[in-house]
Design a protein. Sequence first.
Length: 361
Amino acid sequence: MAPKAAALVLVLLAISGSRAEVNPDAVANVIWKYFTELGSNAKDTVDQLQQTEISKQLNTLLQSNLQSVSAYAEDLQERLVPFAIELKAQLAQDSQRLKEQIQRELQQLQAKLAPYADEVHQQIGTNIRQLQAKLSPYAEELRSQVDRSAGELKQALEPYAAELRERLQDNTDSIKASLSPYADRLQQQIDGGVESLKERLSPMADELKAQVEQSVAELRRGLSPYAQEVQDGLNRQLESLTIQMEKATEELRNRLATSSEELRAQLSPLAQELREAASGDTESLRQRLAPLAQQLEQRVGQTLETFRQQAAPFGETFGKQLVQRLEEMRGKLDTGAAGLEDHLELLEKEVREKVAAFLST
């Protein structure tokens, strides 16, 4: 075996042994972000890809995933930037072709569906009503889970305010000695409550995604009889619809996770303030703790109420997004006019597929 080949085998074994992974979606996110942000000048594009943040972001991404095989990460990063430059050049050529193809297919599809306009309208309208009926219980369940989880966390944190008020009755040295363990327990309760909240809400996104996939499959079956001769055009429109709906589902998942972490970030300073009070001088300890003891319950309540008001409507917002996507598709089938989103979504899908193929080799 040649030395280079042997070295490559050892690196691959090291990667397998360390269970290191490079997430194609994460790499594609970095590359796609820069494709959409960089200017149109080809030379500037190349310079930016080579010299600005894309190189740094790819390097950080790879190093964080492949810390135990940094040499491999560096080599992969060096290969990725030229690949991104080549992909950018290819997309510049393919982009216009894809846009024209989508427009042409949609016009053909619109012409073929014109004799069945009423049936198509009715089919999509039925699909919208069915989707709304399916999503409504999940939206209500999501709201219920948010309300229940916020209420349980508030109930779990309420005794800490009473306990802190009781501690103020002790002598100052006793308060100071017990304050850090008390703050640690409070932080653990906050962390445990937030993690429990995330565990409850995360499956909701998966359940909603399953309902969306079923709805698109039903729409495909309902429209297929009217578009036998232009099935490719219909498939592309449904593929675009699927991408839009998957993005909406992922956005819902991210919003739930982000809101949960924001809740943690807003509650955690309470424990930190207690730690800081414990590290201060003994004389002013009681003066600093007295206002916090009075405010703790109120601040917890306000924070949880704000979270509840923000997160509870996520399900309804998600349902409205999906209905809007279906309405937009119905409009495109009526007019034969493709939107910019069709083009960009399929172009992004192509980028992700090419990145995944590149990393698989």
